[in-house]
Design a protein around this ligand. Sequence first.
Ligand code: HEC
Length: 124
Amino acid sequence: MRPFFSILFSGLLLGSLAGENARAENKPQATPDFQKDVLPVFEEKCIRCHGAKRRDGKLDMRTLAALLEGGVTGPAIKPGNAKKSLLIELIHYKEMPPKKKGPFITSTELEILRHWINTMPDKS
Ligand code: HEC
């Protein structure tokens, strides 16, 4: 390739990479919905131990009300504050689901969960 074209080409490539980054930083955009965006993740990865059959740590994850009530340690989520939510903390430090059990929460799912809690109105 002649130098002019290779410079032009790498410029285009860098430009498109920068565009990708800008898009990645802006998502997720919409406010996640418990039934539609959150519950399916919990059903797949948490509810077999925190639902109808078992309620480990006395935590039921099937409804928002039950999550707000929480388990033996207290509320699993703190509306408006993902950082102070036990549920996020335990996923972040890979305590939940318990080690070696899986299936694990992906980083995209964790972002959705954080966003869901951060955009939740704090009624306390
Ligand atoms: C294989 C079973 C299992 C799975 C799957 C599981 N957990 Fe747990 N979870 C437990 C057990 C057991 C405890 C109690 C641990 C303890 O008291 O040390 C617990 C405790 C918790 C607690 C603390 C409850 C309290 O008040 O003390 C939270 C929050 C939690 N789990 C969230 C989750 C989330 C979120 C997922 C899905 C990503 C998940 N768990 C998946 C077994 C499980």
